[in-house]
Design a protein around this ligand. Structure first.
Ligand code: DGL
Length: 278
Protein backbone atom coordinates (compact mmCIF):
# COMPACT_ATOMS: atom_id res chain seq x y z
CA UNK A 1 0.00 0.00 0.00
CA UNK A 2 1.21 3.49 -0.80
CA UNK A 3 -0.15 6.19 1.47
CA UNK A 4 -0.22 9.94 0.86
CA UNK A 5 0.15 12.07 3.98
CA UNK A 6 -0.02 15.82 4.09
CA UNK A 7 0.24 18.64 6.54
CA UNK A 8 0.70 22.38 6.43
CA UNK A 9 4.36 21.80 7.30
CA UNK A 10 6.64 19.60 9.34
CA UNK A 11 4.23 18.71 12.16
CA UNK A 12 2.56 15.89 10.23
CA UNK A 13 5.72 13.85 10.76
CA UNK A 14 4.38 13.19 14.26
CA UNK A 15 1.65 11.18 12.51
CA UNK A 16 4.14 9.53 10.13
CA UNK A 17 6.17 8.43 13.16
CA UNK A 18 3.27 6.32 14.40
CA UNK A 19 2.33 5.13 10.90
CA UNK A 20 5.89 3.86 10.35
CA UNK A 21 5.78 2.04 13.67
CA UNK A 22 2.36 0.44 13.25
CA UNK A 23 2.39 -0.09 9.46
CA UNK A 24 6.08 -0.62 8.66
CA UNK A 25 5.52 -2.18 5.23
CA UNK A 26 3.49 0.72 3.86
CA UNK A 27 5.26 3.31 1.73
CA UNK A 28 4.51 6.94 2.46
CA UNK A 29 4.65 10.00 0.23
CA UNK A 30 4.54 13.07 2.46
CA UNK A 31 3.78 16.62 1.40
CA UNK A 32 4.46 19.53 3.77
CA UNK A 33 3.25 22.88 2.50
CA UNK A 34 6.13 24.76 4.07
CA UNK A 35 5.70 27.71 1.70
CA UNK A 36 2.26 28.48 3.11
CA UNK A 37 2.33 27.26 6.74
CA UNK A 38 0.63 28.14 9.09
CA UNK A 39 -2.85 27.13 7.97
CA UNK A 40 -4.31 27.66 11.42
CA UNK A 41 -4.45 31.43 11.05
CA UNK A 42 -6.04 31.40 7.57
CA UNK A 43 -9.64 31.48 6.39
CA UNK A 44 -11.60 28.28 5.77
CA UNK A 45 -11.81 29.08 2.03
CA UNK A 46 -8.03 29.41 1.74
CA UNK A 47 -7.37 26.23 3.71
CA UNK A 48 -9.84 24.32 1.49
CA UNK A 49 -8.07 25.52 -1.65
CA UNK A 50 -4.62 24.58 -0.31
CA UNK A 51 -5.92 21.18 0.81
CA UNK A 52 -7.38 20.42 -2.63
CA UNK A 53 -4.05 21.27 -4.22
CA UNK A 54 -2.17 19.02 -1.82
CA UNK A 55 -4.41 16.03 -2.57
CA UNK A 56 -4.09 16.67 -6.31
CA UNK A 57 -0.31 16.75 -5.90
CA UNK A 58 -0.28 13.46 -3.95
CA UNK A 59 -2.66 11.79 -6.43
CA UNK A 60 0.05 11.73 -9.09
CA UNK A 61 1.90 9.13 -6.95
CA UNK A 62 -1.07 6.76 -7.22
CA UNK A 63 -1.57 6.66 -3.50
CA UNK A 64 -4.28 4.24 -2.38
CA UNK A 65 -5.32 6.45 0.49
CA UNK A 66 -4.63 9.93 1.85
CA UNK A 67 -4.14 10.80 5.50
CA UNK A 68 -4.81 14.42 6.35
CA UNK A 69 -2.40 14.82 9.25
CA UNK A 70 -3.31 18.47 9.67
CA UNK A 71 -6.08 19.07 12.21
CA UNK A 72 -6.91 22.44 10.68
CA UNK A 73 -7.53 20.90 7.24
CA UNK A 74 -9.48 18.04 8.82
CA UNK A 75 -11.63 20.52 10.74
CA UNK A 76 -12.58 22.80 7.85
CA UNK A 77 -11.96 20.94 4.58
CA UNK A 78 -12.52 17.20 4.96
CA UNK A 79 -16.06 17.12 3.57
CA UNK A 80 -14.96 19.27 0.61
CA UNK A 81 -12.06 16.92 -0.09
CA UNK A 82 -14.36 13.88 -0.02
CA UNK A 83 -16.60 15.58 -2.57
CA UNK A 84 -13.70 16.74 -4.76
CA UNK A 85 -11.89 13.37 -4.73
CA UNK A 86 -14.58 10.69 -4.55
CA UNK A 87 -12.16 7.96 -5.72
CA UNK A 88 -9.62 8.41 -2.93
CA UNK A 89 -10.33 7.30 0.66
CA UNK A 90 -9.32 10.25 2.84
CA UNK A 91 -8.71 9.92 6.59
CA UNK A 92 -8.96 13.00 8.76
CA UNK A 93 -7.42 13.84 12.10
CA UNK A 94 -10.51 14.67 14.15
CA UNK A 95 -12.61 11.50 14.28
CA UNK A 96 -10.00 9.08 15.72
CA UNK A 97 -9.01 11.53 18.44
CA UNK A 98 -12.61 12.27 19.33
CA UNK A 99 -13.29 8.54 19.69
CA UNK A 100 -10.11 7.98 21.69
CA UNK A 101 -11.01 10.84 24.04
CA UNK A 102 -14.53 9.54 24.68
CA UNK A 103 -13.08 6.09 25.45
CA UNK A 104 -10.37 7.54 27.70
CA UNK A 105 -12.37 9.93 29.85
CA UNK A 106 -13.71 8.77 33.21
CA UNK A 107 -15.21 12.04 34.38
CA UNK A 108 -16.58 13.05 30.96
CA UNK A 109 -14.65 16.34 31.13
CA UNK A 110 -12.57 16.74 27.97
CA UNK A 111 -10.28 19.57 26.86
CA UNK A 112 -9.15 20.30 23.31
CA UNK A 113 -6.26 22.49 22.19
CA UNK A 114 -5.63 23.40 18.56
CA UNK A 115 -5.14 26.24 16.09
CA UNK A 116 -7.54 29.17 15.89
CA UNK A 117 -9.20 27.73 12.76
CA UNK A 118 -9.64 24.28 14.33
CA UNK A 119 -11.14 25.67 17.52
CA UNK A 120 -13.37 28.16 15.65
CA UNK A 121 -14.76 25.32 13.49
CA UNK A 122 -16.21 23.47 16.49
CA UNK A 123 -15.27 20.22 14.69
CA UNK A 124 -13.95 18.50 17.81
CA UNK A 125 -17.01 19.39 19.88
CA UNK A 126 -19.27 18.00 17.14
CA UNK A 127 -17.28 14.79 16.65
CA UNK A 128 -17.04 14.17 20.41
CA UNK A 129 -20.75 14.83 20.93
CA UNK A 130 -21.67 12.45 18.08
CA UNK A 131 -19.42 9.71 19.37
CA UNK A 132 -20.50 10.17 22.99
CA UNK A 133 -24.12 9.85 21.88
CA UNK A 134 -23.37 6.57 20.11
CA UNK A 135 -21.44 5.33 23.14
CA UNK A 136 -24.16 6.48 25.55
CA UNK A 137 -21.63 8.63 27.42
CA UNK A 138 -22.15 12.05 28.97
CA UNK A 139 -19.35 14.50 28.19
CA UNK A 140 -18.51 18.17 28.38
CA UNK A 141 -15.90 19.71 26.11
CA UNK A 142 -13.83 22.86 26.42
CA UNK A 143 -11.59 24.01 23.56
CA UNK A 144 -8.90 26.69 23.37
CA UNK A 145 -6.57 27.89 20.63
CA UNK A 146 -2.84 27.85 21.42
CA UNK A 147 -1.28 29.66 18.43
CA UNK A 148 2.14 30.33 19.98
CA UNK A 149 2.93 26.63 20.30
CA UNK A 150 3.47 26.05 16.56
CA UNK A 151 6.51 28.36 16.19
CA UNK A 152 7.90 27.17 19.56
CA UNK A 153 7.78 23.55 18.36
CA UNK A 154 9.40 24.43 15.05
CA UNK A 155 12.22 26.18 16.93
CA UNK A 156 12.77 23.12 19.11
CA UNK A 157 11.74 25.14 22.19
CA UNK A 158 9.20 22.69 23.60
CA UNK A 159 10.96 22.42 26.96
CA UNK A 160 11.97 26.08 27.24
CA UNK A 161 10.87 28.63 29.80
CA UNK A 162 8.91 30.40 27.04
CA UNK A 163 7.00 27.18 26.30
CA UNK A 164 6.25 26.61 29.99
CA UNK A 165 4.92 30.17 30.31
CA UNK A 166 2.78 29.82 27.17
CA UNK A 167 1.42 26.46 28.30
CA UNK A 168 0.65 27.81 31.74
CA UNK A 169 -1.30 30.63 30.15
CA UNK A 170 -3.24 28.33 27.83
CA UNK A 171 -3.83 25.40 30.19
CA UNK A 172 -4.71 27.15 33.45
CA UNK A 173 -8.43 27.36 32.49
CA UNK A 174 -8.48 23.60 31.82
CA UNK A 175 -7.19 22.97 35.34
CA UNK A 176 -10.07 24.97 36.73
CA UNK A 177 -12.46 22.85 34.62
CA UNK A 178 -10.96 19.69 36.14
CA UNK A 179 -10.64 17.92 32.79
CA UNK A 180 -9.31 14.36 32.89
CA UNK A 181 -8.56 14.10 29.14
CA UNK A 182 -6.88 16.57 26.80
CA UNK A 183 -6.85 16.23 23.00
CA UNK A 184 -3.67 17.53 21.40
CA UNK A 185 -5.56 18.78 18.34
CA UNK A 186 -2.60 19.95 16.28
CA UNK A 187 0.28 18.16 14.61
CA UNK A 188 2.78 20.38 16.39
CA UNK A 189 1.75 19.57 19.95
CA UNK A 190 3.13 16.08 20.69
CA UNK A 191 6.61 17.47 21.49
CA UNK A 192 5.00 19.40 24.39
CA UNK A 193 3.66 16.26 26.07
CA UNK A 194 6.20 16.25 28.86
CA UNK A 195 5.70 19.94 29.66
CA UNK A 196 1.90 19.53 29.52
CA UNK A 197 2.04 16.54 31.89
CA UNK A 198 4.16 18.55 34.31
CA UNK A 199 1.48 21.24 34.34
CA UNK A 200 -1.72 19.18 34.35
CA UNK A 201 -0.43 16.16 36.25
CA UNK A 202 -0.07 12.56 35.09
CA UNK A 203 -3.74 11.91 35.89
CA UNK A 204 -4.87 13.81 32.77
CA UNK A 205 -4.87 11.55 29.72
CA UNK A 206 -3.26 13.13 26.64
CA UNK A 207 -4.70 12.07 23.29
CA UNK A 208 -1.82 12.24 20.89
CA UNK A 209 -2.41 13.88 17.56
CA UNK A 210 -0.84 11.06 15.54
CA UNK A 211 -1.27 7.80 17.34
CA UNK A 212 -5.05 7.59 17.07
CA UNK A 213 -4.99 7.92 13.27
CA UNK A 214 -2.24 5.32 12.88
CA UNK A 215 -4.10 2.89 15.14
CA UNK A 216 -7.29 3.28 13.15
CA UNK A 217 -5.48 2.60 9.85
CA UNK A 218 -3.65 -0.37 11.35
CA UNK A 219 -7.00 -1.82 12.48
CA UNK A 220 -8.50 -1.30 8.99
CA UNK A 221 -5.41 -2.86 7.39
CA UNK A 222 -5.47 -6.18 9.20
CA UNK A 223 -4.34 -8.83 6.73
CA UNK A 224 -2.31 -6.39 4.64
CA UNK A 225 0.86 -6.88 6.69
CA UNK A 226 4.05 -8.67 5.75
CA UNK A 227 6.66 -7.81 3.15
CA UNK A 228 9.64 -5.49 2.99
CA UNK A 229 9.86 -2.21 4.87
CA UNK A 230 8.08 0.59 3.04
CA UNK A 231 9.81 3.80 1.97
CA UNK A 232 9.27 7.36 3.14
CA UNK A 233 9.61 10.13 0.59
CA UNK A 234 9.08 13.75 1.64
CA UNK A 235 8.18 16.73 -0.55
CA UNK A 236 7.90 20.34 0.58
CA UNK A 237 6.89 23.54 -1.16
CA UNK A 238 9.78 25.55 0.33
CA UNK A 239 13.27 25.18 1.90
CA UNK A 240 13.83 21.39 2.07
CA UNK A 241 16.90 21.85 4.26
CA UNK A 242 14.91 23.49 6.99
CA UNK A 243 12.45 20.59 6.88
CA UNK A 244 15.32 18.08 7.07
CA UNK A 245 16.81 19.89 10.06
CA UNK A 246 13.59 20.25 12.05
CA UNK A 247 11.92 17.06 10.79
CA UNK A 248 14.09 14.65 12.76
CA UNK A 249 12.68 15.99 16.03
CA UNK A 250 9.12 15.29 14.90
CA UNK A 251 9.82 11.95 13.21
CA UNK A 252 12.24 10.63 15.83
CA UNK A 253 14.88 9.89 13.19
CA UNK A 254 16.42 11.51 10.14
CA UNK A 255 13.86 12.19 7.39
CA UNK A 256 16.25 11.43 4.52
CA UNK A 257 16.52 13.61 1.44
CA UNK A 258 13.63 16.03 1.18
CA UNK A 259 12.55 17.12 -2.30
CA UNK A 260 11.32 20.52 -3.33
CA UNK A 261 8.09 20.37 -5.32
CA UNK A 262 8.88 21.87 -8.72
CA UNK A 263 6.74 24.96 -9.09
CA UNK A 264 5.08 23.65 -12.23
CA UNK A 265 3.99 20.50 -10.35
CA UNK A 266 1.86 22.60 -8.07
CA UNK A 267 -1.67 23.20 -9.31
CA UNK A 268 -1.87 26.79 -8.05
CA UNK A 269 1.02 27.71 -10.33
CA UNK A 270 -1.00 26.69 -13.38
CA UNK A 271 -3.62 29.26 -12.53
CA UNK A 272 -1.23 32.16 -12.07
CA UNK A 273 -1.54 34.79 -14.80
CA UNK A 274 1.38 35.08 -17.21
CA UNK A 275 3.81 37.87 -16.38
CA UNK A 276 2.20 41.23 -16.96
CA UNK A 277 -1.22 39.76 -16.17
CA UNK A 278 -3.99 38.80 -18.55
N1 DGL B 1 -0.73 21.43 10.96
C1 DGL B 1 -1.57 22.33 11.70
C2 DGL B 1 -2.64 21.54 12.49
O1 DGL B 1 -2.48 20.37 12.79
C3 DGL B 1 -0.77 23.21 12.63
C4 DGL B 1 0.10 24.23 11.97
C5 DGL B 1 -0.63 25.26 11.14
O2 DGL B 1 -1.25 26.18 11.68
O3 DGL B 1 -0.55 25.14 9.92
O4 DGL B 1 -3.65 22.09 12.81
Amino acid sequence: MRLGVFDSGVGGLTVVRHLRRLLPTWSIVYFGDTARVPYGAKSDATVRRFAGEAVRFLSQFEVGRVVVACNTVSAVALRHLDREFPGVPIDGAIQPRAEAAVSATRSGRIGVIGTRATVASGAYEQAIAAHAKRAGARVRVWAAPCPILVPLAEEGMENSKAAREALKHYLEPFKARRIDTLILGCTHYPPFKRAIRALLGARVRLIDSGEATARKLARDARGERGGARGSLRCYVSDIPRQFEAVGARFLGRHVGRVRLVAQDDLPWFERMPARGGR
